[in-house]
Design a protein around this ligand. Structure first.
Ligand code: ADP
Ligand code: MG
Length: 413
C-alpha cells in the first residue's frame, strides 16, 4: 500500500537513505553530480545526490480539501513539516535532471542558472531547522515564499535555453531559418527528447508551485479570498465566472495588439460550482481564448464582414466538467496539428528572441508557443486533459476536461 499525502512524509518512518542502484542511470547521475562538485560544497552535492533517489510524495485535490477540515494551526504545522521534507526531494530530482539533459542542453547558460536556483533552494531548505513552533512555521513560510520568487522566471529561462539549442542545431544541420523573425521557430525541427524533458520538468514545477502556493495561502488566509477557500482551492468555484474573467483579460490583450477583439459568447449554468483551483482554470482558459481571438482576428483582418463570435460552452458531467472553446478562425492544418503540442511551436513572432538573460519577455497574444502544451499540463495535473480538434479552413474546437472528483494523485515526473 502506497503512503500518500502530507502524513506520509511527516510520519516517523524514515525515507530510505538513498536507495542507490547500480544501474547506468545512477552512474549517469553520479557523473552529473561530479560536475556540480566543481561549484558547490561536497556535502551539499552528496546530499542532493542522495535526495534525488528518494521517492516524491504526491497529493491530490481531494487530499488538500480533506486536509483543510482540520484546525488551521495544525494544518500549517503539518503542511510546513511535510514541505520541509518533500521540497528538497523534488528539487534534488530537478537538479539531477537538469544536469543530465540530452543534446548538450545542460551546458546552456540559462539551464545552469535555473539549476543553480534549485541547488540554492535545496540548500536553504536543508539548513532550515526542524519546524516545531508557530514561530518556526512563520519563518518557514517566509523562506518558501522567497524560493517561489527566485523560481518565478524558470519557464522563459528554460525556453530561451531550448531556443538557442534549437537554433544552433538548425544552423549546423544547414537549415537557414532566414532573417525574418516570422515563423522562424516553426521552421526548426522538433526534438522529441527535449519535448519529453520539458513536459516532465514543467509538470513538476506546477506541482511544486501548487504545494508552496497552497501553504502560503493557508497561512495568509485573507479577506480577499472568502470562507469558501481552502488555501488556493475554491470549494465553490464558478467556471462561468472564471471564464468571464479570462475572456476579459484575453480580449484586452487582443485589443491592444489588433485594435479590436472578436466577441466571445458564453454558455453555461450561472449557479454551477465545483471545487477547483481558479488560478489554474483562469490560466488555461486565458490561453485558449487568446488562441481563438488571434485566429479569428487574423482571418478577418482584411474582411468587411464582422468576425464570427467565439463560443465557450461549459458542460457539467458526473465525473468531468468540460469546457469547449469553438472558433471560426480557419483551423489548423493537419500537418501542423501534431506540432501544436510541442513547446516553442508557434506561428507568431517569438518574443523570446528579444529576451536577455535576466528579463522575461513581454505579455503578448501569442508567440511563446507554450500556451497549449502548458495548458494541457495544468489540466492533467488535477486529472483532466485538453484536446484540440481542427477543421482546416473553418475553425478549431478546444475541449478542456476537468476532473471534478479531484481524487487523482498529481503526476510525479
Ligand atoms: P502561441 O499561441 O504562443 O503560438 P500556442 O501553444 O498557444 O502558442 O499555440 C501554438 C500554435 O497553434 C499557434 O501559433 C497557432 O499556429 C496554432 N493554434 C492554436 N490555437 C489555434 C486556433 N484556435 N486556431 C488556429 N490556430 C491555432
Ligand atoms: Mg497561444
Amino acid at each position: 500500500q502506497q503512503r500518500r499525502g502530507y502524513a506520509a512524509a511527516t510520519d516517523a518512518t524514515p525515507a530510505p537513505a538513498g536507495k542507490v542502484d547500480p544501474s547506468s542511470a545512477a552512474a549517469a547521475s553520479r557523473r552529473a553530480m561530479s560536475a556540480l562538485a566543481d561549484k558547490y560544497d561536497r556535502t551539499l552535492v552528496e546530499n542532493i545526490y542522495r535526495s534525488s533517489f528518494k521517492n516524491q510524495t504526491g497529493v491530490s485535490l481531494k487530499y488538500m480539501l480533506d486536509f483543510g477540515s482540520q484546525p488551521i494551526h495544525r494544518q500549517l504545522m503539518v503542511s510546513a513539516q511535510f514541505l520541509h521534507k518533500e521540497l528538497p526531494v523534488r528539487f534534488a530530482h530537478r537538479v539531477a535532471e537538469l544536469e543530465n539533459l540530452p543534446l548538450g542542453l545542460s551546458s546552456k547558460a540559462q539551464v545552469q542558472t535555473v539549476r543553480d536556483w534549485y541547488v540554492e533552494s535545496y540548500d536553504e531548505l536543508l539548513k532550515f531547522p526542524t519546524v516545531k513552533t508557530n514561530e518556526d512555521e512563520e519563518k518557514f513560510t517566509e523562506l518558501i515564499k522567497r524560493i517561489m520568487e527566485r523560481h518565478a522566471n524558470v519557464v522563459p529561462m528554460i525556453a530561451r535555453g531550448v531556443l538557442e539549442l534549437k537554433m544552433e542545431m538548425a544552423e549546423k544541420g544547414g537549415t537557414r531559418p532566414g532573417t525574418g523573425k516570422k515563423g522562424l521557430v516553426a521552421q526548426i525541427n522538433d526534438l522529441p527528447e527535449i519535448q519529453q524533458f520539458l513536459d516532465g520538468f514543467y509538470m513538476s514545477r506546477i506541482g511544486i508551485r501548487m504545494l508552496i502556493g497552497q501553504h502560503v495561502a493557508l497561512h495568509e488566509k485573507d479577506d480577499t479570498r472568502g470562507e469558501d477557500y481552502i488555501g488556493l482551492i475554491h470549494t465553490k468555484m464558478s467556471p462561468l465566472r472564471v471564464a468571464r474573467d479570462a475572456i476579459d483579460d484575453a480580449r484586452s490583450i487582443c485589443m491592444r495588439q489588433y485594435g479590436d477583439a472578436p466577441e466571445v459568447e458564453v454558455f453555461g449554468d450561472e449557479s454551477f460550482t465545483f471545487a477547483y483551483e481558479p488560478g489554474h482554470l483562469h490560466q488555461m482558459l486565458f490561453e485558449l481564448v487568446k488562441n481563438s481571438l488571434r485566429a479569428v482576428s487574423d482571418k478577418y483582418a482584411d474582411s468587411d464582414d464582422d468576425p464570427p463570435p467565439i463560443r465557450l460552452v461549459i458542460a457539467e458531467g458526473a465525473e468531468d466538467v468540460t469546457i469547449k472553446i469553438s472558433d471560426e478562425g480557419g483551423g489548423i492544418r493537419r500537418s501542423g496539428l501534431q506540432r501544436i503540442w510541442t513547446y516553442l511551436y508557434t506561428t507568431a513572432d517569438s518574443p523570446l528572441l528579444e529576451m536577455d538573460e535576466h528579463t522575461p519577455g513581454p505579455v503578448v497574444l501569442a508567440g511563446y508557443g507554450y500556451g497549449l502544451p502548458l495548458s494541457r499540463l495544468y489540466a492533467r495535473y488535477f486529472g483532466g486533459d485538453l484536446q484540440v480538434i481542427s477543421m482546416d479552413g473553418y475553425g478549431t474546437d478546444a475541449y478542456l476536461h476537468l476532473n471534478r472528483l479531484g481524487n487523482v494523485q498529481e503526476p510525479l515526473p
